[in-house]
Design a binder for this molecule. Structure first.
Ligand SMILES: Nc1ncnc2c1ncn2[C@@H]1O[C@H](COP(=O)(O)OP(=O)(O)OP(=O)(O)O)[C@@H](O)[C@H]1O
Ligand SMILES: [Mg+2]
Length: 509
């Protein structure tokens, strides 16, 4: 490791009665990848927001390159060499990669020379192995590529400290590996990298040092090579026990809740994303969709929820053809949807907790009396969610955009399982959650299935699928490679199907 580049000393930051950071000390060396770990709401994002000038700390000092620094705002931080890639990207979709990078920089010398600008930005991305076409429009890029653009923006501005907030949460395993190769390259060139993550194996594998936050304080700081899963788990969740989820047994119900027949769906670029998929989900069943993200999972979930049209085939719910039914009608018929992009599709960040609770139900007489919204009832339900799912809000009056990522997810799930749905479509429901919260969410889905709700669980983690599901189907390039009872298959077989080998025949179950 190189020299000490940054010290945060006794940083304290409160929001009303919430103490988000309390006397936090963090040191950072040039050349290191430093991981920040901790439960949802532990204060990770807040600490980084203090470092990048988004928040002014209530107490404590920051020393940057040996000198006391007052970071006035994010612009100031970037100008000093401290830049951050946020959980939710901040790119302009209709502009090109080069334009996005250039607008973020403060040089204006290529404004009239598009070609030159693209060439210079292309060079910058090549230098760090950040493959992306500088002329491509941002809306055309995959999530992984968009993330690279965010990194290039910072590098082009000369960042020496790069902070990434849960960068792997939105990536496929392959993309995540590539990203860490890039981050290592940046570290080797003398930069310091801070990565917020919930994935312990990733952190142990790729970081040099690890700091664990708990309840706003530093719980542990250690070298990654000294880390064990036990030590990290204990630091993150403390002594409270994690429930063991046991594999499911028993016969499948004969009652079909959801049936898909030769379903065809297009993606945003109008290319086939789901190709002739046929499957069903039974009453009380948890059906896992396995596969590498980006193989049609999103389009499948959206087609079932009614957000995306089927261009062929049939979707039935309890025997009713709902292929052309509106989203609202499907919600009324009992379809709940937990989308992967929770902040954009599931919640309205600018609205408060209560409004998000009643978002999809504002016509329900429970909340609506002759056109007047019953806020008292909404508040009561909001408090119920908070208590039941241990959600940290800072107050039900605050915009949910200010809640921590994991707590937003908990709110969304609490809302979607409320009101006895017949089918829950859950896309990566535990993404971005700490291990305690993830287990809690899994328990909720299992509880729902025991009440008879059918659950479609889209997941990238085979562990999760094998622990929770009755059957699993594997999607690869939009095709169903095979459907198996969990009790009759293994990782090996599912892994082969994920990489494109078709299974022999479908489980008739
Ligand atoms: N602007 C804000 N106003 C009010 N409360 C806030 C604000 N920002 C954060 N908080 C609260 O501070 C605490 C720490 O939040 P923070 O976002 O730092 O957590 P985190 O460790 O990043 O969690 P996650 O893993 O869920 O992203 C939480 O209780 C959160 O609700
Ligand atoms: Mg966060």
């Amino acid at each position: 490791m190189g020299e000490l580049i940054l010290e945060m000393k006794n940083i304290t930051k409160t929001f009303g009665s919430v103490v988000a950071n309390k006397d936090v000390n963090l040191s950072l060396y040039a050349g290191e990848i430093h991981a920040l770990l901790g439960e949802n709401g532990a204060g990770k994002s807040t600490l980084m927001n203090v470092l990048t000038g988004i928040y002014k700390p209530d107490g404590g000092e920051i020393y940057y390159k040996g000198k006391r620094a007052t970071i006035r705002n994010p612009k100031h931080a970037v100008a000093m060499g401290i830049g951050m890639v946020h959980q939710h990207f901040r790119l302009i979709p209709t502009l090109s990669v080069a334009e996005n990078v250039y607008l973020y920089s403060d040089d204006r010398k290529f404004f009239l020379d598009q070609k030159k600008m693209e060439a210079v930005i292309g060079e910058c991305s090549e230098k760090f192995n950040l493959a992306v076409d500088p002329t491509a429009k941002v809306w055309q890029l995959s999530v992984g590529e968009q993330q690279r653009v965010e990194i290039i923006k910072l590098l082009y501005r000369g960042a020496e400290i790069l902070i990434l907030d849960e960068p792997s949460a939105v990536l496929t395993p392959q993309e995540a590996d590539d990203m860490f190769v890039t981050l290592r390259k940046m570290a080797e060139s003398g930069k310091a990298v801070i990565v917020i993550s919930h994935k312990m194996s990733e952190v142990m594998h790729h970081a040099d040092r690890i700091t664990v936050l708990k309840g706003g304080k530093v719980e542990d700081t250690l070298l990654a090579r000294d880390a064990t899963v036990e030590r990290l788990t204990k630091a993150v969740v403390g002594d409270h026990e994690l429930g063991e989820i046991t594999p499911r047994e028993g016969e499948l119900s004969q009652e079909v809740v959801l049936s898909l027949e030769n379903l065809n769906v297009l993606n945003d670029k109008n290319l086939p994303a789901i190709k002739n998929v046929t499957m069903d989900i039974r009453k009380g069943e948890i059906f896992g969709i396995a596969g590498v993200a980006g193989n049609g999972q999103r389009e499948l979930a959206e087609a079932i929820a009614g957000l995306r049209p089927a261009v062929g085939g049939k979707i039935s719910l309890l025997g009713d053809d709902v292929t052309k039914t509106s989203i609202r009608k499907r919600i009324e018929q009992g379809i709940s949807f937990i989308p992967e992009d929770r902040l954009h599709m599931g919640l309205v960040p600018g609205l408060d907790f209560k409004d998000n609770v009643i978002l999809k139900q504002y016509k329900n007489p429970k909340y609506n009396q002759k056109g007047l919204l019953r806020y008292g009832e909404a508040e009561r339900v909001a408090q119920e969610f908070v208590a039941k799912h241990d959600i940290k809000t800072g107050g039900t009056e605050l915009p949910v955009g200010l809640m921590s990522g994991g707590n937003q997810q908990k709110l969304l799930i609490a809302r979607e399982v409320d009101g006895n749905p017949v089918l829950i479509v859950a896309a990566y429901p535990v993404r971005g959650l700490d291990i305690g919260a993830a287990e809690a969410i899994r328990e909720i889905l299992i509880e729902e299935s025991k009440k008879g709700t059918a659950v479609l669980l889209i997941s990238e983690e085979l562990d999760e699928i094998f622990k929770m599901c009755d059957r699993t189907g594997v999607l690869c390039d939009g095709e169903m490679m095979g459907i198996r009872k969990i009790s009759e298959t293994d990782f090996n077989e599912i892994g082969k199907m994920m990489s494109g080998e078709k299974g022999e025949e479908e489980a008739d179950a």
